[in-house]
Design a protein around this ligand. Structure first.
Ligand code: ZN
Length: 100
């Protein structure tokens, strides 16, 4: 390969692949944040299945946390979920959030 050919080869073969990986990583991260994932209410112990709307994902990305309301009608406790808890749970570390 001649010196001048490298940038063209790179832009034809490598850049599209990198862009594809980037968009996949982004969409995987988005679907991971969306859920469904599970959280146990720290007041009444109810296990909640959570699927975040776009606003919830935005809140997680913007502020690092999101508020979930307990589904138990006698509780309605507001549970604060942190992005780090989601990531910890996703990686299988001890966390208030889990995926199974
Ligand atoms: Zn509760």
């Amino acid at each position: 390969m001649k010196t001048g050919e490298w940038p063209m080869w790179y832009s034809i073969y490598v850049e599209p692949r990198i862009r594809e990986l980037e968009s996949k990583a982004t969409s995987n991260a988005m679907s991971m944040l969306r859920g469904p994932w599970y959280v146990t209410c720290d007041k009444c112990g109810t296990r909640l299945r959570v699927e975040l709307p776009a606003e919830g994902i935005e809140s997680l990305l913007r502020t690092g946390n999101v508020m979930i309301e307990c589904a138990n009608p006698n509780c309605r406790h507001k549970i604060e979920i942190h992005l780090r808890d989601l990531i910890k749970g996703y990686l299988g570390h001890p966390s208030q959030v889990f995926w199974v």
